[in-house]
Design a binder for this molecule. Structure first.
Ligand code: G1P
Length: 295
């Protein structure tokens, strides 16, 4: 079994749907309860055994770098004040020496182009890609589940979930040959198909385990759906040489690239926390409709 040691996190997006918040704060730094969105993807990757973290970022997103840096002055102050639980809260933000690489994607040319930036850092081994916008609550985490399944089938593997037929045009959609439990063998995938032409309702969710030869495909890739260089197309180009499969993970996924999904993720994460669940549960079960004002 090949140990999947490295993961790529594409974080170069502008986050325009979250303006004005993202005018000065990268979208991945917006908090879901008390942790920034990026932390959830990092935690899921760590749990799956990832040891090297490669963020593909962009200009203007320096707060992401600071977040994973040591905050010496802050730590000193907290220590002096005896605030040990506040100090503990910083632990997940620490990276072992040299474990974090932050690259910049100079132009927003799509997900395939973003992943390609990591070529030198991945080298010649299979690796994971996590899109932090897809927040997945699962036990174990979705990437851990995939690492186990990938040990059986190898090749390129994508996470999938069933979506309503009318939603296919928001996703890459798997073209399924056969299914064995949670693993679907695929003959490819289609990026953002209209429901009429969707090959299935198994949508690709932002977790991938890829073989390193994907980089050769990414080098030669032209623009695909939406005029962008699509990771989906690079995977498709390999389908005759390499096993391509989908893994239907167990867990709840929230699309934190949309405001609706972000708010739902916030509620779901809060409800999963013993310190917040009870009071929030009472609040959410109240009639929240706008009060009518008596004439
Ligand atoms: C990307 C991928 C798409 C996938 C989706 C999952 O699209 O290109 O195949 O289904 O992530 O979140 P995006 O949402 O970045 O447009």
């Amino acid at each position: 079994m090949t140990h999947i040691r490295k993961a790529v996190f594409p974080v170069a997006g502008m986050g325009t749907r979250f303006l004005p918040a993202t005018k000065s704060v990268p979208k991945e730094m917006l908090p879901i309860v008390d942790r920034p969105l990026i932390q959830y993807a990092i935690d899921e990757a760590r749990e799956a055994g990832i040891e090297e973290f490669i963020l593909v970022s962009a200009a203007g997103k320096g707060a992401l770098e600071d977040y994973f840096d040591t905050a010496a002055a802050l730590e000193l102050r907290l220590k002096a004040a005896g605030k040990s639980s506040a100090l503990d809260a910083l632990v997940p933000t620490r990276m072992p020496e040299g474990a974090l690489t932050i690259l910049r994607q100079a132009q927003p040319k799509g997900l395939g182009h973003a992943v390609r930036q990591a070529r030198r850092h991945i080298g010649d081994e299979p690796f994971a890609v996590l899109l932090p916008d897809d927040l997945i609550q699962g036990t174990p985490g979705a990437l851990s589940q995939m690492v186990n399944a990938h040990a059986e089938v190898g090749g390129h593997m994508v996470a999938t979930m069933d979506v309503p037929l009318k939603a296919t045009s928001a996703y890459g959609v798997l073209d399924v040959v056969s299914e064995n439990g949670r693993i679907a063998k695929a003959r490819g995938m289609v990026e953002k198909p209209r429901p009429e032409v969707a090959p299935s309702t198994q949508a690709v969710i932002g977790r991938y385990i890829l073989q390193p030869n994907i980089f050769d495909r990414l080098e030669n890739l032209g623009p695909g759906a939406g005029g962008e260089m699509q990771l989906t197309d690079a995977i498709n180009a390999d389908v005759d040489q390499i096993e391509v499969s989908g893994y239907r993970f167990v867990g709840d996924r929230y699309d934190c690239g949309s405001i609706q999904g972000f708010v739902q993720a916030t509620a779901a994460v809060a409800l999963s926390r013993p310190d917040l669940a009870d009071e929030l549960g009472v609040f959410l079960s109240r009639d929240l409709s706008y009060p009518t004002i008596a004439a």
